[in-house]
Design a protein around this ligand. Sequence first.
Ligand code: ADP
Ligand code: TRP
Length: 321
Amino acid sequence: MRILSGIQPSGALHLGNYFGMMKPAIELQDQGDAYYFIADWHSMTSLTDPAMRRQYSLDVALDFLACGLDPKRTVFFRQSDVPEVAELTWMLSTVTPMGLLERCHSYKDKLAKGLSFNHGLFAYPVLMAADILIYDSNVVPVGRDQKQHVEVTRDIAIKFNEQYGETFVLPEPRIRDEVAVVAGTDGQKMSKSYGNTIEIFGDEKATRKKIMGVVMDSRTPQEPKPDADQNLAVQLLKLVAPVEVARDFEARLRAGGLGYGDLKKALFEHYWDHFAEPRKRRAELVANLDFVHQVLRDGAAKARALAATVLGRAKRNAGLV
Ligand code: ADP
Ligand code: TRP
């Protein structure tokens, strides 16, 4: 089984990225042949500062390695180090109906927000399809917001296979229900673009402040809260604290008598402890950047070798060679 996923270097990674995609991806690295990459081409649709792209790309590498991605068991690389992907993107775009892209939620959402649209933003799912198909991927671990893009990838693969004969493996998304959508400090989906994130490796003081700012209602501490399971801080606590601790806080909130401030303090402490080990590993990696660059170079070489094989198959079938 080949497992593949990517993440954009478009900002500091957060708990939504971690629980929705990185942790599931890291846990899958033992169950097959795992390919994980930094989607730097994708980041060009939203981020235009070269220095920031460079910094965020390195940060994604550091974060992923610190969180447990094992470069001995996975192929970890930067998207743009595999130019074959751009070649395949063009080929796929010629079998992609416009309507398929026009129906994508992410496209419609961005359109509704009045973003000025470049072609890259519109064609983004075609690049993502090339990312997935060029490695003969079977399983794609992602958060729920990416499900439709994997379905589009399947549709594109089916079209190409119909047109040019059996070429691509059909991938499927792998989504963990319990973390399909991690909520941010304001209750919406946690996202780099909404300014509501809790970073995985945020600065202590700033993150404490963010966590103390998690949105609550105005009920008094004494009031029993029958909807305690809906409470944002309780939901986040369930991700970072041992189950029995989270259950205990939920029960105290339900019964009444627990103030939101105390709940949030506990959330911060558990969050901080949860990432203590990765934080240490990350600091070690920062002191050894040559290792990180070498991991990405080795990963790119392996990824390119596989990509060239699959691209060759597609070109033969399409009559390009
Ligand atoms: P963002 O919305 O912050 O820009 P990305 O689109 O770069 O995040 O997402 C990277 C990965 O993390 C994707 O697999 C996505 O599904 C997952 N992800 C992002 N935010 C969340 C969230 N709030 N809950 C669950 N998964 C998420
Ligand atoms: N579009 C994904 C996101 O924003 C990132 C991505 C690019 C990706 N190519 C991919 C994810 C291929 C999975 C597979 O999160």
